[in-house]
Design a protein around this ligand. Sequence first.
Ligand code: ADP
Ligand code: MG
Length: 395
Amino acid sequence: MPKRSIYDLNVKGKRLFVRVDFNVPLDAGQISDDTRIRSALPTLQYALEQGASLVIASHLGRPKGERNREFSLRPISIRLSELLGQPVTFATDCVGPDALQAIEHSGQNGVTLLENLRFHKEEEANDPVFSASLASLADCYVNDAFGSAHRAHASTTGIVPHVTDAATGLLLARELKYLGALLDNPTRPFTAILGGSKVSGKLEVIKNLLPRVDTLLVGGAMSYTFFKARGLSTGRSLVEPDLVNATREIEKEAKIQRVNLILPCDHLVTTALQADASHENLDVEATGIGDRLGVDIGPKTQQAYANIIKESATVVWNGPMGIFEISPFSSGTLAVAMAVAASNGTTVVGGGDSVSAVGQMGIAHQITHISTGGGASLEFLGGRTLPGVEALPNS
Ligand code: ADP
Ligand code: MG
């Protein structure tokens, strides 16, 4: 059931409370990457064009319920004002007289940015009184913070029953559209590429995607737990011994579901986690790994994966193929990213590190949808309902 969207609201002359995700990386008080602020602009600009006054709220970092200058949203109000091309009043508190005064000051069709929601412990505790205080600042509510939708907090769920109308923002709606389509009606052939550090963090995603995909390509550290289960030598590679059985179950389930579950056929092994350590490509069936560790997929695997990606109509990718932070170990991740970018199908990339790899390579514009969610994207793909989405009315 689709959710009510901001397009369904009549916001003219109304105060609109917009929960955004302005949890941007800060470096000595400077915003080092403003992608998250830019991502919220379509919703904010649309609401302003419709004649709404905006009361914008976000969390930033983990101040744990206490005021902490290090996590103040003040620098963000300056950047937001530049991007919107209009004044933004900064409220030194997200509730109470400071908030109200700032909103009054912004006036009709104005913009107020509230101070960090998490300066109050009631935010994460989803306190009903605090939720009501937030709601009292506005008439309607829009949630555009997909990255926080997996948390039931005052500003994501608690506030909803206290406002007269609520809806998804454009960013949240886009996430639900593209991630939802992967689970509901993907165009075939549908390929999932899963890598990254651990099987444990991705188990739910694998289990939920298996009945839906045609092919599952495995890479990253996750491969080594599968190799262990197959009796291959893994040297000092990252293996999760507790999950060896789980990977056997996944392989069994893949056979039942007739899914091509493909593991790397070759890999890059190194003596140490340093760029200058001696390293070479080995077939995974080879016995010569010794006490070295696997840190990337090899060239044969890169080629094989690229061919499969090319033939796919839908591709979802989460998790780097190797330790891409160390440049000699990044070629597998680069090759997969290039193949996904070159695909003519619908492509979705999710997960903090995968998204940052795509960003660093400058190919983000060639991906159909880059999920901003991190943890929320994985929970969604793992089949969980997100409380922040659940709380919003259906259309
Ligand atoms: P995402 O944030 O995209 O969901 P993860 O957090 O699951 O991805 O995994 C990213 C991390 O996995 C990276 O820091 C990368 O170095 C690590 N990684 C990938 N391959 C390996 C490997 N073979 N051994 C150890 N770590 C790996
Ligand atoms: Mg990560």
